[in-house]
Write a protein that binds this ligand. Structure first.
Ligand SMILES: Nc1ncnc2c1ncn2[C@@H]1O[C@H](COP(=O)(O)OP(=O)(O)OP(=O)(O)O)[C@@H](O)[C@H]1O
Ligand SMILES: [Mg+2]
Length: 246
């Protein structure tokens, strides 16, 4: 479903590779967590998967299409069905929960409709259903700036849901949340993943969360894949390799 073929990324002006010859394949139905210490290349990797970052070498094959051969319009189409959730939520604080969730539909609509804020009954019903499924019924008209971190991330997930994603990507979506809330968010993500039959790939700092929720764990170090396997196979040695200085 998504395949990375010899993907390397070198940022302009940098001498080191943020990603080095990454070869990985992801299938529909997999829930994958990507581990790695700060600077290991996790964000760079996740951004390559939906074309937000272009590899300097290699290619990403997404539903049998080579991302580097796609036009910007075709890439937008792919992103439309790829939900993305972020550590800092990337919401519009002064707008309501409903309005933020509706922005998830922007990729599929004309810019005139987006500017005018015109939404159909069906679109509003879809946003309502998404808000309900993340447990925020009753908060539809609340401004996002008046929510807790956990509630904000639920809005982020609802926004991804209205996109009717086939793929869900997360860049440390629980890194700013307390452990209890982080677990609740992961439970929500896992249930959503199972119900919708998604491919879910999430960067996470916390090994315990990865072990509890993922079908597969990938560890990055200095831009290279140093582990790719079952969570139970990720032991002390792998932990030291991933997080140690060597
Ligand atoms: N826009 C950029 N320009 C130049 N170098 C960058 C850029 N973004 C990231 N890097 C570098 O690429 C490497 C990988 O960064 P990346 O952000 O992917 O790591 P990360 O694993 O997501 O780290 P963190 O856990 O801190 O978010 C780092 O050495 C970083 O300094
Ligand atoms: Mg990062």
């Amino acid at each position: 479903m998504i395949q990375c073929k010899d993907v390397s990324v070198t940022y302009p002006g940098s001498h080191t590779k943020a990603l080095q010859t990454v070869n990985l394949t992801f299938q529909k139905g997999e829930f994958v967590c990507v581990l790695g210490k700060s600077g290991a290349g996790k964000s760079t990797f996740i951004r390559c998967l939906n074309g937000l970052q272009s590899p300097t070498e290699g290619d990403v094959i997404y539903h049998e299409q080579s991302l580097k051969k796609l036009s910007e319009a075709e890439l937008r189409k792919i992103r439309q069905h790829t939900g993305m959730i972020f550590q800092q939520f990337n919401l519009i604080p002064r707008l309501s929960v409903m309005h933020n969730v509706l922005t998830g539909l922007f990729g599929s609509r004309s810019s005139f409709k987006n500017l005018a804020g015109l939404f159909t009954k069906e679109e509003k019903a879809a946003a309502d259903a998404a808000i309900k499924s993340v447990g925020l019924s009753g908060f539809e008209n609340r401004r996002v700036e008046q929510l807790s971190g956990g509630q904000k991330q639920r809005v982020g997930i609802a926004r991804a849901l209205v996109q009717q994603p086939t793929v869900l990507l997360g860049d440390e979506p629980v890194a700013s949340l307390d452990p209890g809330t982080a677990n609740q968010i992961f439970t929500l993500l896992r249930n959503m993943h199972d119900d919708l039959g998604l491919l879910t790939i999430i960067n996470v700092h916390d090994l315990q969360l990865a072990k509890k929720y993922a079908d597969r764990v990938i560890a990055l170090k200095d831009g290279q894949v140093i582990f790719n396997g079952l969570p139970e196979m990720f032991g002390d040695r792998e932990y030291d390799l991933t997080y140690g200085d060597k």
